[in-house]
Design a protein. Structure first.
Length: 82
């Protein structure tokens, strides 16, 4: 069974992403060549999964709602009076 492929790994440059082993870049075991295979986040950017149609276009910021003073209703707005 294959491992889950991480969408946003913390340090993608440290691993080879060419097979399910995810070897360290300095110690590749699979013989995948002399260069490591880059993670898509390194070549396509942080929204790579959306670009390839693998993940929904939502992020934690999209689901948390607005923050700060603009998110809190004022007493006059809550009661309907000015």
């Amino acid at each position: 069974m294959s491992k889950r492929f991480p969408i946003h790994p913390p340090h993608p440059e440290r691993n080879c992403w060419g097979c399910d082993r995810y070897c360290k870049a300095s110690d590749m075991l699979c013989g995948n060549g002399s260069n490591r295979t880059q993670h898509p986040i390194e070549t396509l950017g942080p929204d790579w999964a959306e670009v390839l149609g693998m993940a929904p276009a939502t992020s934690p910021a999209d689901t948390e709602g607005p923050r700060g003073p603009e998110a809190k209703p004022t007493p006059s707005a809550a009661s309907g009076r000015s």
